[in-house]
Design a protein around this ligand. Structure first.
Ligand SMILES: [Zn+2]
Length: 209
């Protein structure tokens, strides 16, 4: 599926689950859910997620950039220049994702659990939103004919037979409608928060000018 579809589905789960993490604002919930929805495709050299964190393709491949970046961060954390607990697990996870084939370990339950563990230091109680956003990606990919290896390392692809095949004209059309539906639903969820969001924007403007 398209990165934008995964991002929108993740954002929707974030908007729906934001109340599960005490003290979290709805916008933060949407952001964490969207990130969770994008992360599994860090195993693809040209996915939206990979292009976001590795904008430069070293030696013609963004995988090289991710490997170098992960190793650099690991070295800095090892030497105490970065917080070891919060950074080392994330860098290790990124390294594994960069070296994996597409729809391998990152599209499995092990990938979901290890990624959630890696980010829990930063996310606190909102780890649940990240995890559900991530799970929404696996579920959406299960709706495609290729499926996902949920029980990796077992080479067994799980899919829900919908006949959905990515890249075709009609599947792109359906995905556009899914994206539009997510945007409208998120907008609907945001309506009760409008006053709070306007106050936030006003405070931001006052601090900027
Ligand atoms: Zn995927």
């Amino acid at each position: 599926m398209m990165g934008r579809t995964h991002m929108m589905l993740g954002a929707l789960t974030g908007a729906l689950l934001e109340s599960q993490a005490p003290g979290l604002g709805v916008l933060e919930g949407i952001l964490i859910g969207a990130i969770g929805g994008l992360v599994p495709d860090l195993d693809h050299p040209n996915s939206k997620a990979t292009r976001s964190i590795a904008p430069i393709a070293l030696g013609g491949s963004r995988r090289n950039s991710m490997v170098l970046m992960s190793l650099g961060v690991m070295a800095l954390a090892w030497q105490g220049h970065l917080p070891y607990d919060g950074v080392m697990a994330i860098a290790c996870w990124l390294l594994v994702a960069a070296l994996s084939k597409h729809r391998g370990i990152t599209h499995s339950l092990i990938g979901l659990l290890s990624a959630t563990y890696a980010v829990h230091t930063w996310l606190g109680a909102s780890w649940i939103i990240f995890a559900v956003g991530y799970a929404s990606h696996l579920f959406a990919d299960m709706l495609t004919d290729r499926g996902v290896p949920l029980l990796w390392p077992l080479q067994l692809d799980f899919s829900i037979p919908t006949g959905f095949s990515t890249g075709r004209f009609w599947s792109t059309f359906v995905e556009k409608w899914i994206q539009m539906g997510c945007i409208l639903y998120i907008g609907w969820i945001l309506v009760p928060h409008l006053e709070q969001l306007l106050r936030l924007a006003e405070a931001q403007l006052l601090t900027t000018f």
